[in-house]
Design a protein around this ligand. Sequence first.
Ligand code: AHR
Length: 505
Amino acid sequence: MSKASRVVIDLDVPGPTISRHLYGHFAEHLGRCIYGGFYVGEDSDLPNEGGIRLDVVEALKALNIPNLRWPGGCFADEYHWKDGIGPKAERPSMINTHWGNVEENNHFGTHEFMALCELLGADPYINGNVGSGTVQEMSEWVEYLTRDGDSPMVRQRKANGRDEPWKVPFWGVGNETWGCGGNMRAEAYADLARRYATFCRDHGDNKLYRIAAGASDDDLNWTEALMKAISCLGCGRDPKNIFQAISFHYYTVAGTWANKGRATEFDLDDYYRTMIKAQDIERVIRGHSAVMDAYDPERKVGLVLDEWGTWWDVEPGTNPGFLFQQNAMRDALVASLHFDVFHRHADRLVMANIAQTVNVLQAMLLTDDDGGLVLTPTYHVFEMNKGHHEATAVPVHLVEQPEPYELDGKTMDLLSASASVKDGKALISVSNLDPGSSADVVLDLRGAEIRNPAGRLLTASKPQSYNTTTDTAVAPVTLTGLEADPRGLRVTLPPHSFATISLDV
Ligand code: AHR
């Protein structure tokens, strides 16, 4: 083990509020996320409410899921919401051309999604169809969901069994419109986003937070085109009048798209490449923020990362269009370091949605049709970090830390950390990303008296470790060896581990 690292934490220097929506989720009609994941149908032998699997709901409730994005993804731009309301037997089918070319029977539609959100206690984030849908269709969906009183859409909603309007805070105006959502050019989409967003009305006291479909990775030109479309520098118009946020997507793909590598079978170089790619999210967020700052220095328009996470080759023997992958300790560390970055940029980054909640990509839960339910390592990071929701971020300085690891001319930090304060409690998250060595860490805590420190630890025998229905290899335990130090606290973190330390302040 090398010399101790020192992490200075200014507990009395309040930064931005960490929106709970940075811990948001995403559920697409893709593979076994909805059908066979969240939704098993009313006739299933598995305990369900209206077809929604109850053990899935219970497991997710422990994460305090703040919002759930639906129905896509790429699927959103071929989804026609009117096919998913009314008696199930009469709902038309369609082909899900993006994901496996399977038949979609539309049994999980608007009412089922809203029921799921109610069970989870999550705010709905609905992604409307720009690519193949009309302005009228999107406008009527908003009316159907959120209008009170009497109107054509309200009458339909009531006929389908729901009298009261729902609250829908978040509305996506298309998805990946540079690709699967219509292959548009930035300026062309920017104009469409203005038009569609205009007709997504605020009905009654339901105030929509309209999110324009943003860039892939670090395509800053895309963000600039969208910011230009809502700005008029010097004219005094509020840039957030038309849409209130711009999204972007960033996946941790460590290899190439053709050969992404396996979730549980990888060597050390693969591990380092993954972390390097994951840490690059900070450069990407900085880039989009800088572009937005130029047009919106007061930061009224939000930045939303509504798809992120690891993307591996599918598990052998599974449908390549279903994006089913295992989830190892390495995935947990990708998540923990993303959250540290999110906390640092909480003044512009207002929402993030990991892709996807159940059975797809970097999932929280893996299920099988026999009632098996696996909590993935990533699930535990979300659970351990819950205390950061709506807390005040405080500055964290890694003043002494191991030399960054170098691979292929790129570097990777071996330590990652962030901290926040809320209701007289501080929560510190620290990841030792070094797969081979423990990290001796001094938490140099400034600006508050430290009381009742306690910690939790997530690690495993190797970064490849993962959970199955019969073997739980990765689950949080009490962090032992947390000691007082003249500067605050001292702790030794095992290789490839994630820890949270809470204290009264
Ligand atoms: O999350 C899987 C897919 O990734 C989404 O449908 C799409 O938006 C992105 O390319």
